[in-house]
Design a protein around this ligand. Structure first.
Ligand code: GDP
Ligand code: MG
Length: 439
């Protein structure tokens, strides 16, 4: 699995400081191979690898986890964000009836998924499934039987009509009579995308004006799925995808590629032939599946935790020093910037949980940037001995950092306050008051 490969690439790296470009490239070769093996479209692989590279290079190597794990966590996060972290729900119109069309190639799982979705929402709604696959008589019967088994209302033509529009109109009237508030149209598929099929679906779409057009895609079709999704999306403007047959040994590359290429959210995952075998699509689980290892999710959390812990350790270490330099301050600003909301940092600092005052302090990112710029405009000597920064130096620093002398003064004053504070905390005293306007 990718995890093992990456770990062997990075085995020698511990304690090396930052991940170098070569190290990262070696790892990315493995990532690329693993993604292609998972059937991810090569264009998608390329852009994914590029963004992973950007995030990896220059990453500090952490002490408590291997660089391989670090990269796996980054890959995982990128996969999740590519597939969409948030579940996009099935649209229920505020003005009933909600109208939904199932489309897709033959055998992809449209008929099954139509009934699965209807059954899922049956507690809260009164759904109706409609047979609009009129090419094969058996298709109507299949939907009818599945619906009956699941006690879902069904509408289908009794005669041998081929007129999809007529059936759809009748179904709408039937639904009105029977107070069906969600109507799901099962449609015909083909072995390949063809004009004839698209034309029929377009006409049905124009009549029904559906809230949802769900493309059902067989997860086993791999890269082919992207082509299918693209052409259906062009013709019909899909609102969602149902990825069926994920219970098989499909690696799930299709999910990644479809979302990345069409931007259409994957809403459901079909995970078996049974009518209950449908789930809301979970990008996290899919990312794990693609990477092909057990607990990547846990790993990603651990990496975040460890990163924070090690950053906090750095802060606390400088707290323990008697002398605080501007460089320490700069480091702290950077750590704080990286760690995000100040209250999170506070929670992690030992013995500071009760510091309400600091917890409520707003961290102003703009101010933080300015403070950093000011320190960066100081010479090394000035950073180490800020007391030498007098009038003309202050003006120079202000100009260099694009700030004002007043702001430089303010930062120097903060520095003095923090120096006191650090000393105080370093000696383990508690209950001090926090200087106002620290950040
Ligand atoms: P349609 O031609 O698009 O309407 O596809 P069907 O709904 O008739 O499904 C085709 C076949 O795939 C049937 O045998 C289904 O039982 C099966 N199928 C559909 N969804 C799933 C799924 O999520 N998992 C598995 N294992 N089989 C499925
Ligand atoms: Mg069917």
């Amino acid at each position: 699995a990718l995890k093992e490969r990456l770990e062997s690439v990075f085995n020698t790296l511990k304690g090396k400081g930052k991940l170098s470009e070569e190290d990262v490239n070696a790892a990315l070769r493995e990532v690329r191979r693993a993604l292609l093996e998972a059937d991810v479209d090569y264009k998608v692989v390329k852009s994914l690898v590029d963004s992973i590279r950007g995030r990896c290079i220059g990453q500090e190597v952490l002490d408590s986890i291997t660089p391989g794990q670090q990269v796996v966590a980054i890959v995982y996060e990128e996969l999740v964000s590519l597939m969409g972290e948030d579940v996009v729900p099935f649209i229920i119109s505020s003005k009933p009836p909600t109208l939904c069309m199932m489309v897709g190639l033959q055998g992809s799982g449209k008929t099954t998924s139509a009934v699965k979705i209807a059954k899922r929402i049956q507690n809260a709604h009164n759904p109706l499934v409609v047979a609009c696959d009129l090419r094969r008589p058996a298709a109507i019967e299949q939907l009818k039987v599945l619906a009956q088994q699941s006690k879902v209302a069904f509408y289908g033509p009794s005669g041998g009509t081929q007129d999809v529009i007529k059936v759809a109109k009748e179904a709408l009237a039937y639904a009105e009579d029977h107070l069906n508030d969600v109507i799901i149209f099962d449609t015909a598929g083909r072995l390949h995308v063809d004009e004839d099929l698209m034309e029929e679906l377009s006409r049905l779409k124009d009549l029904v004006n559906p809230h949802e057009i769900l493309l059902v895609v067989d997860a086993m079709t791999g890269q082919e799925a992207v082509k299918v999704a693209t052409s259906f999306h062009e013709k019909l403007s899909l609102t969602g995808v149902v990825l069926s047959k994920l219970d098989g040994d499909a690696r799930g590359g299709a999910a990644l590629a479809i979302r990345a290429t069409t931007q259409v959210p994957i809403k459901f995952a079909g995970v078996g032939e049974g009518i209950d075998a449908i789930e809301l699509f979970d990008a996290k689980r899919m990312a794990q599946r693609i990477i092909g290892m057990g607990d990547v999710m846990g790993l990603a959390e651990k990496v975040q935790q460890v990163t924070s812990q090690e950053d906090v350790a750095k802060i606390t270490k400088s707290l323990k020093k008697d002398k605080l330099t501007m460089e320490d301050l700069l480091l702290q600003f950077e750590q704080i910037e990286k760690l995000g909301p100040l209250d999170k940092v506070i929670d992690m600092l030992p013995g500071m949980g009760k510091m309400k005052e600091l917890k409520n302090a707003e961290l102003d990112p703009k101010r933080l940037k300015q403070s950093k710029a000011i320190i960066q405009s100081m010479t090394l000597e000035e950073r180490r001995n800020p007391q030498i920064i007098k009038g003309s130096r202050r003006r120079r620093i202000a100009e260099g950092s694009g700030t004002t002398v007043q702001m430089v003064n303010q930062l120097l004053k903060q520095y003095d306050q923090m120096k006191q504070l650090w000393k105080y905390m370093g000696k383990g005293k508690k209950g001090f008051r926090l200087p106002k306007g620290l950040f």
